[in-house]
Design a protein around this ligand. Sequence first.
Ligand code: AMP
Ligand code: MG
Length: 337
Amino acid sequence: MHDFKVSRINPLFIIIPLSLFLVAAVLWDLVPKQQEPIEKTAFAMGSALTVTLYGGTEETADQISQQVQLLEHRISPTVSDSYTSFINRNLSAVTDADYSGDLRLFMEWGAETEGAFDLTLGAVSALWDIGGENERVPSEAEIQQAMKVSGWANLVIDGNTVRIPEGMQIDFGAVGKGMACDEAKTVLQADPSVSGAVVASGGSVLLYGDSPDGAWTVGIQHPDKEIGETIAELQLEEGFVSTSGNYQKYFIRDGKRYCHILSPQTGYPAETGLKSVTVVADSGALSDALSTACFVLGYEKSLPVLERFDAQAVFITDENEVIPTDGLTDALTLQAA
Ligand code: AMP
Ligand code: MG
């Protein structure tokens, strides 16, 4: 007779690992995990609009692009039934209070930037058509003719009625993408489930609420390298950041670079020893307007203007020197060459 041993598995071998597994699963559920953000990209204001939301809903992300598209339909000179197109065609229009209010504010910014920020250069920009299909160096006579009717001081705002002289063209190109970021902020404030967000419209960015990484990181494009390669980084809290640069839209003729930011004094592309200016400010419209204005003014003349508006900036010079204003020194990290 054989002796058979009946081998039985001790139940503790199952119960102990099972209970450990269950305890681990419960604990894992209690550990706060990095949220997956909601990400959406649309096309608005002539460039990409990217929305990244932490918390919030798909509807909130969609509402942002809808509001920006509504803004575009009010201010864009390329949308035929916008207020701007109507004024540019008919030389006067009765607008709503928001439109005339914005325009009045932007005229004040024209004065406060020594005329460097000027929304009335559309006819001069059209001659150069930089980034368009008819890029060219216009004749001196053409530029002088267009300059005669341009200039923010020639624009009249009477209540909600806006009037321009024949030949002037209003152009929101220097401020529209920043205004889009302001619209985005208004939408986000109505959704308390959003803990943080980044909204980028072309060269303007809104940093909203709290970053899951502690601070928001914004890269400053290297002016001579591929898009996405940065020359420096800023670590920032909530706010608005806009960059104007001579690498964004330009053409080269006979070895000379002509960029899309014009000097309102000459009607020629601004050349003030800078490749780009990045401005950090409390409103999107302001950061956008100031980045254009500071590019036109150059480093020295920009400093009192930035101070007046309580804004900060990072300048990239023609020699690729990176110069922050005092308030951004600690926030700035240079990229290894
Ligand atoms: P930004 O990229 O924000 O600096 O805006 C540049 C755009 O604003 C150009 O493409 C023109 O449409 C317009 N613009 C050019 N020069 C000026 C200026 N000095 N003031 C205001 N708008 C300008
Ligand atoms: Mg601008």
